[in-house]
Design a protein around this ligand. Structure first.
Ligand code: APR
Ligand code: ZN
Length: 251
């Protein structure tokens, strides 16, 4: 595996919520702690939910935004950012809506499921900017009326992709091209249960890439990965990359 990493011409890193877990940002499907184990996705993460009760949805995402703003990138995010200097080409594709990859120094990150820090009008799509500061929200949020769009007065919505919505077309096309064109993919911290993002590792393998999975749990990728590293991303990934690139990773 180390030789494969050293020889790779184009590496793709595909991350899920697990890469941010060690930053204190909850995942979705971990037992007990996962967001969908504690909150109702159908009442919080669909367009109909927002239409039915915009204040409930906006308030919940304000709580999540506060948690993300208080979080810091962990060693996995930093190792991914440093990897860009060690390989000829690196594409970071994330399902996460936080900005921890960017805050660790990764550039050009492909956000398949949107970016919480980029809210927009629910109706006309006009971008909106959060006020300065971290909202002070209780666990799970509270009902907070969303701001109105300055152009059409419709409610502003979180900049994330909800269940039942399509992925941003440009992001998806970039992800498809990278998955089909890479020679090694690192799938880190994803349960690989949500499509179409979960197709990307299979596309990579089908087009000849080697697949490395980093996840403490078993997933559907176990059977197609060439290497399964059952560890926490913040420990396993820096160790792997230091082994492959030695001092280069200390920059
Ligand atoms: N290091 C690596 N992996 C971890 C860690 C860790 N420290 N902690 C947890 N994991 C793994 C879990 O074992 C799990 O397989 O991260 C994975 C997280 O899976 P999910 O919670 O399902 O998150 P994700 O795969 O990103 O979900 C995909 O589902 O609800 C939607 O839009 C949401 O983008 C999200 C999508
Ligand atoms: Zn509008």
């Amino acid at each position: 595996m180390v030789a494969a990493l050293r020889e790779a011409r184009h590496v793709v890193v595909l991350t899920g919520a697990g890469v941010s877990a060690e930053s204190g940002v909850p995942t979705f499907r971990d037992a007990q702690t996962g967001l969908w184990a504690r909150y109702d996705a159908t009442a919080l993460a669909t367009p109909d939910a927002f239409r039915a009760d915009p204040a409930l949805v906006w308030g919940w995402y304000e709580w999540r935004r506060a948690a993300m703003m208080r979080a810091a990138p962990n060693p996995a995010h930093h190792a991914i950012a440093a990897l860009a200097k060690q390989v000829p080409a690196l594409t970071v594709i994330t399902q996460n809506v936080d900005d921890l990859h960017e805050r660790a120094g990764s550039a050009g990150v492909v956000h398949l499921h949107g970016r919480l820090m980029q809210p927009r009008c629910f109706q006309c799509g006009t971008p909106w900017r959060y006020p300065v500061g971290i909202p002070d929200e209780p666990e799970g949020g509270r009902r907070v009326t969303p701001p109105d769009c300055p152009r059409c007065a419709s409610p502003i919505r979180p900049g994330v992709v909800w269940f039942g919505e399509g992925l941003p077309a440009d992001e998806w096309q970039s992800a498809l091209a990278a998955a089909a064109g890479c020679d090694l993919m690192l799938a880190i911290g994803t349960s690989a249960m949500v499509y179409p993002a979960a197709e990307l590792p299979q596309i990579a393998v089908n087009t000849g890439a080697l697949l490395v999975q980093i996840n403490p749990q078993s997933t559907s990728l176990d059977g197609i990965a060439h290497w399964n590293l059952p560890g926490a991303a913040g420990i396993t990934l820096p160790a792997l990359l230091h082994t492959a690139f030695a001092d280069g990773m200390n920059e």
